[in-house]
Design a protein around this ligand. Sequence first.
Ligand code: IPD
Ligand code: CA
Ligand code: CA
Length: 261
Amino acid sequence: MSTLLELATETAIAAGRFLKQNVGKIKQIDRKLGQETNLVTEIDRKAESMIIERIRKRYPQHGFLGEESGGQETDSEYKWVIDPLDGTTNFTHGLPIFCVSVGLEHKGELLLGVVYDPNMDELFTTEKDGGAFLNNKRIHVSTTNKLGESLLVTGFPYDIKTRTDGIVAHFENFLKASQAVRRLGSAALDLCYVAAGRFDGYWENSLNPWDMAAGVLLVQEAGGTVSDFRGFPSTIYQKPVLATNGKIHEQMIEMLARSSK
Ligand code: IPD
Ligand code: CA
Ligand code: CA
């Protein structure tokens, strides 16, 4: 394991344990500006500063993009992309589906990713060209090649109430075409579960870089495919994401095109 991955791992585990210890102990729940259902707690903020402080101590020059503190650019070629608590709505309800996601870019390319789920004690790790791992064991995407036999997962953006249109149409079409569709409430875990072969495919309309930095690399390194809804290569700075085992990718693109009309 590289020194950088070791640091990302230690940091994600420490923050994840902190989250778990604080379930049910939230003192303040705020709503993000203009978004009634987009919650943030003091625990999200504390977890993010813990992560950044720990990394900055070792690499004071590195840049950061954290969900709660925004972009902190430097001249460094390294940028850490952090979601300190992915699954905040679940967390505020005491639903144990949430995680910490830490990704690292080098010259704009994903170099490594770590997602830690403190409830299941599951650690997902990856490094570019080094494969994907769950608790140090290699993981691979599933081999399902029929959409009708696929278990899919999706998520909804916080502004869903004002734009159900295409999003609900995609959801309805996939419900009809797949074996089943789930909605866990943590995009980072959705991606990890595609990487581990638990889900065959995942789509979501409107993600942020911190939701997917680690998860996208995990899916790719587990042998899966990540693109935009039309199948074009995408970056973590584009909103829509389609991540699959590769085998059902085209079938999902076709379905997404149908419900976009
Ligand atoms: C959210 C979760 C959710 C997804 C949303 C994300 P947060 O992140 O990942 O599953 O549907 O798009 O914003 O706010 O819990 O960090
Ligand atoms: Ca998130
Ligand atoms: Ca978050």
